[in-house]
Design a protein around this ligand. Structure first.
Ligand code: G1P
Length: 289
């Protein structure tokens, strides 16, 4: 049985430039999907997968993320006095046990690999998950929980993957496939954002990872790759061969909520899944169309 994954890293230092002007003064991770911000969806997904300790890799202007998970005495007292116990429960359920939520700062935007490296002291020497909150999956079971089931079988490193049109391989990390077995894909190589002509497949890395701590040996070399950034994909590629490495084709629909269109579609899809919203949204959409 592989070592249990207890910790998760949430790289949330990005500027959100694809979503300007909405993200000029608000972190993109605070944009709401149905009734809760993207970061809350991501934290709930982690909790559903058994994660106990959470680390946000932040940057300037990201304090709303910290406030969102903090105790808000004034709000709680007001809700209590007004007898709004259902809402009180909603905000109380958000709480993460004291000491189990950490923040580290990524002082410069040097890449996703660098952001994960910033969390090395939080992770120490155990396997961990990485969740990119602007990617959301709507499925029968939360994406990271699906991955944990697969991780129990294969251990090592596991990446959520999905197929992209070949002309889009230059937007993603792409797998060089050794063998496919149902939802599991043995990986023999990884390339960050290859041109379609050079891409070894059209199977791309989505925003969920289970990684072994040896990744930090490679990240600490600070080698730059695609776009001049320190890429997580490059460090992972160096682990292949020394540890099990698999892609996992998750079950569900994936939404890129860091993109304007993806965000709108995600909001419609999530609202249609909510028992309290679905009927009204369906009727309103029919009327609009
Ligand atoms: C990052 C990763 C890439 C992955 C993608 C998923 O890229 O570097 O490998 O496929 O997330 O969205 P970014 O979107 O930060 O450029």
């Amino acid at each position: 049985m592989p070592q249990k994954v207890r910790k998760a890293v949430f790289p949330v230092a990005g500027l959100g430039t694809r979503f300007l002007p909405a993200t000029k003064a608000i972190p993109k991770e605070m944009l709401p999907l149905a009734d809760r911000p993207l970061i809350q969806h991501a934290v709930e997904e982690a909790k559903a997968a058994g994660i106990e300790m959470f680390c946000f890799v932040t940057s300037r202007g990201k304090s709303p993320l910290e406030d969102h998970f903090d105790y808000n005495y004034e709000l709680n007292e007001t809700l209590r006095k007004r007898g709004k116990n259902d809402l009180l429960k909603v905000v109380e359920d958000l709480q993460i046990e004291s000491g189990n939520l950490s923040y580290v700062r990524q002082p410069q935007p040097l890449g996703l690999g660098h952001a994960v490296w910033c969390a090395r002291e939080f992770i120490c020497d155990e396997p961990f998950a990485v969740i990119l909150p602007d990617e959301q999956v709507l499925g029968p079971k939360p994406c990271l929980a699906q991955m944990m089931d697969a991780y129990e079988q294969v251990g090592g490193n596991l990446l959520s993957v999905f197929e992209v049109p070949r002309e889009q391989t230059n937007k993603y990390g792409i797998l060089d496939i050794e063998k496919e077995d149902g939802r599991l894909v043995a990986v023999k190589g990884l390339v960050e954002k290859p041109d379609p002509a050079d891409a070894p497949s059209n199977l791309s890395i989505q925003g969920r990872y289970i990684l072994q701590p040896e990744i930090f040996d490679h990240l600490s070399r600070f080698e730059t790759g695609a776009g001049g950034e320190i890429q997580l994909t490059d460090a992972m590629a160096r682990l292949i061969g020394s540890q099990p490495f698999h892609g996992f084709k998750f079950e569900g629909r994936r939404f890129d909520c860091g993109d304007k269109l993806g965000f709108v579609l995600a909001n419609v899809a999530y609202a249609l899944e909510r028992p309290d919203m679905a009927d009204k949204v369906r009727t309103a959409l029919r009327d609009m169309i």
